[in-house]
Design a protein around this ligand. Structure first.
Ligand SMILES: Nc1ncnc2c1ncn2[C@@H]1O[C@H](COP(=O)(O)OP(=O)(O)OP(=O)(O)O)[C@@H](O)[C@H]1O
Length: 765
């Protein structure tokens, strides 16, 4: 508060000439940085040319070193050639530190000021100025021109607060585009101090970078927050990765933003370790699309995969939604039992043969249906993957046929008997009829095939006996007869893949190059070197496990989804972010159990984010009423801004569609950015038609699709409909009400029982 008061007086007091002078100072620094960057680009280009000139000559060690050099130079060039919108974005002015030690980035490492640097009359001198940017740049003499935002020396830029300022006196956010500085915004960390830089008093410009960032219009893509990360967020971003970092926080507290910045931080801090890949799991494709640009804007691409829950299994993509009741059955642990039964039961489908006839040693041998069934039961005993049990089943069949042949009894000499047995087996397994029988009786099952088999209601009823009730069986079977998959089916496919297993196939021999064969080179150079790109593509395809897994909106994962995600991080460290109050899953306890199983026994480090950066206080206050109904006793995050604009309440007039369209058009006129219209899931398609022709700034969304997204303004259509749609409906409504950064309109129908002011029953005091 004191800082703010000081700033307010400072804003009024700073004449334009001072602002221009300060912008000029930062411009001069940026010019210097770019001169240095130009030199480095030339260096990198030289390295590339030089490496190419040296060609293939040299020892293997020298060639490997050359490749590494070319790779580094290429990455560097790529990054430098990118004209970042705000390549340099921050500056801190610091007091002298406790000791005079410098870190590898050339900055002093002490966090606290040295004793006596603040004089008794509350004045002090600035001893060090650091500029913070998206990558680090050193001058020729190794002094830091720009510190990488993830380097330890940049931490005070984010961590320092007026309560705990450390050495920081002034924090400045620099706004630039390409090579031009556009503006500066300052926050004072020690407002009581009169600080001097080179003999002049330190000026303070603007009213703080955070507020400037929060007030900007929203587009359909999330922006990085690298210039204004707050102290409590920074603690999460830089938390050590050795365990599970567990973050809870209400809507708009920056959980998604923090998760993305953490991925960039981890890569910076230990690139070798995270070369194993970082997976970010997002609940919906909409949220993936919304957040996709953040990491590239932080200079990170390639090592991080952002995948929606419905896209985690290769070759299948969720495009359909399940009704809440169907989703409840499919997502719960009970489904695991059903899938296990189905995977074993599916062997008997497709007219599985019920008699085996072969000829061995000139004799006709037969196994009948009941014998085959008993062999199948024995083979399936235990929990081993069904597709891997085929060799065992084959062996049991041969044993039974051997018994049937009576040959064992005729030869008492064990050596002779063993020889005989082996030629008996060879005789049978070479027979086409036996191979055909085995293929039909124990086919290789695919997850998609088994899931399709579950679409038959009677069959599913058998597999789900005493696990799902008849209504659930009907609904699940019906849902599986549709063309396409839901997000819950994707988790089932992944589970089935684990239950079925993939039989080991002999490796395909690489096709021989005819030229190699002619020259005999094949023997000398057994494998052609893979190119960097080919290698990266192959690894991405083969990769099923990651070094670090980040789960966004973790409160929404069903038990079956936790199992799916867990399989991708069996040896990983984890960051899990979520908000129980926004959970759309009906059984949080069951989900928590599944989550604990996925995360294993690794120690947890818990964090809480407490400030709502998205919603103005007026909207947050309204949403808090629903939170009190959805989760009595829980507290809402504190909103940092207020717009003075109260939410608007509108009651359906001529028709729901017309009212929503009118309200949307109104908001489109009032805000510069996007307007989101949130409806109950069953109205999604209808709502898109209501908005036809209003342009692409307005979008219609089902309540579950709104997760994680934000808009300048939102229209929430019929709170009662959203709340009644599922057992977790009140929490889903809470999500819907917390999507706007500026304005909110609530449209109520009859079912909402609006009062004379149009306020629906659910949102009244
Ligand atoms: N330190 C910050 N500086 C600037 N903007 C911020 C900061 N922290 C968060 N924001 C902004 O606040 C908004 C909400 O952030 P984010 O979507 O990450 O929150 P969340 O906790 O994931 O919300 P929800 O739970 O509702 O999905 C975003 O626009 C984000 O850019």
């Amino acid at each position: 508060m004191a800082a703010q008061a000081q700033q307010e007086t400072a804003v009024g007091a700073v004449p334009d000439s001072v602002r221009d002078r300060e912008i000029g100072i930062e411009q001069a620094h940026l010019d210097r940085v770019y001169r240095r960057l130009d030199e480095k680009i030339h260096e990198a280009e030289f390295l590339m040319r030089d490496a190419a000139r040296r060609g293939q000559v040299g020892t293997p060690g020298a060639l490997a070193e050359r490749d590494a050099q070319v790779f580094r130079a290429g990455v560097h060039l790529n990054r430098l050639n990118n004209e970042y919108e705000d390549f340099l974005f921050g500056r801190i002015d610091l007091l002298l530190g406790k000791d005079g030690k410098k870190g590898p980035d050339g900055a002093y490492t002490a966090v606290e000021p040295a004793e006596g640097v603040i004089r008794p009359d509350n004045t002090a001198d600035i001893a060090e100025t650091l500029h913070i940017g998206r990558i680090g740049v050193l001058d020729e003499d190794y002094s830091p021109l720009v510190i990488d935002w993830r380097a330890p020396a940049a931490a005070p830029f984010y961590r320092s607060t007026p309560v705990d300022p450390g050495r920081v006196v002034r924090r400045r956010v620099i706004r630039s585009k390409g090579r031009r500085v556009l503006g500066v915004e300052d926050d004072l960390m020690r407002p009581e101090l009169k600080a001097y830089l080179d003999g002049d008093e330190l000026p303070v410009i603007g009213d703080g970078a955070l507020m400037a960032a929060l007030g900007r219009a929203r587009t359909h893509s999330m922006r990085d927050i690298v210039a204004s990360i707050q102290a409590e967020q920074d603690l999460v971003i830089r938390a050590p990765a050795a365990s599970v970092t567990y973050v809870e926080g209400g809507p708009g507290t920056g959980k998604t933003a923090v998760a993305l910045h953490r991925a960039a931080y981890l890569l910076y801090q230990d690139r070798r370790r995270y070369a194993g890949g970082i997976l970010i799991v997002s609940p919906t494709p909409l949220l993936v699309a919304y957040t996709e640009g953040v990491l590239p804007s932080l200079g990170e691409e390639g090592q991080v995969a952002i995948r929606a829950l419905g896209s985690l299994v290769d070759g299948a993509e969720a495009t359909l939604y399940d009704s809440p009741a169907t989703a409840r059955a499919k997502g719960s642990y009970r489904m695991l039992k059903v899938l296990r039964k189905a995977a074993r039961g599916a062997l008997e489908l497709n007219d599985s043969p019920n008699r085996l006839r072969v000829v061995a040693f000139g004799r006709r041998l037969e196994l009948e249906a009941d014998e085959l069934a008993s062999i199948r039961r024995t083979a399936l005993g235990g929990t081993a993957p069904v597709n891997l049990l085929r060799p065992r089943a084959r062996k049991l069949l041969l044993d039974a046929l051997w018994d049937r042949s009576g040959a064992a009894a005729r030869h008492t000499d064990p050596e002779l008997a063993a020889e005989l047995r082996s030629s008996f087996d060879e005789d049978i397994t070479g027979e086409d009829s036996f191979i055909e029988f085995l293929d039909a009786w124990w086919p290789e099952l695919t997850p998609k095939g088994v899931l399709a088999a579950m679409a038959d209601e009677r069959r599913l009823g058998r597999w789900a006996r005493r696990v799902l009730n008849p209504g659930e069986v009907r609904r699940v079977a019906r849902s599986l007869r549709r063309d396409g998959y839901s997000v819950h089916d994707i988790a089932a496919l992944d589970e089935l893949q684990a239950i079925l297993g993939t039989p080991v196939r002999p490796r395909k021999k690489r096709e021989l190059d005819p030229l190699d064969q002619l020259t005999g080179l094949e023997e000398l150079m057994p494998v052609r070197e893979e190119s960097q790109r080919e290698r990266a593509e192959r690894l991405a395809q083969e990769r099923v496990e990651y070094a670090h897994v980040i789960v966004d909106e973790a409160q929404d994962l069903t038990p079956m989804q936790w199992r799916m995600v867990g399989r991708r991080g069996r040896h990983a460290t984890w960051t899990v972010v979520g908000d129980p109050a926004q959970s759309s899953w009906s059984d949080p306890d069951e989900a928590a159990e599944a989550r604990d199983e996925a995360l294993g026994t690794r120690p947890r480090r818990r964090f809480e984010l407490t400030v709502n950066y998205r919603n103005p206080a007026e909207i947050a206050e309204l949403a808090a009423k629903v939170l009190a109904l959805a989760m009595p006793g829980s507290t809402s995050p504190r909103a940092v801004r207020s717009t003075g604009l109260r939410p608007r309440f509108s009651v359906v007039g001529e028709s729901l569609g017309t009212t929503v369209r009118e309200e949307t058009a109104r908001l489109l006129e009032q805000v510069d950015g996007t307007v989101g219209v949130v409806v109950a899931m069953q109205r999604r398609e209808e709502a898109a038609r209501w908005l036809a022709g209003l342009g692409d700034r307005a979008v219609a969304l089902g309540s579950l699709e709104a997760k994680g997204l934000e808009y300048d303004a939102t229209v929430v259509v019929s709170p009662a409909e959203i709340a009644d749609e599922s057992p977790a409906g009140l929490r889903v409504l809470y999500v819907a009400l917390t999507r706007a950064t500026q304005q909110l309109t609530v449209v109520s129908g009859e079912r909402d029982e609006p009062d004379a002011d149009g306020v629906p029953d659910l949102l009244r005091d």
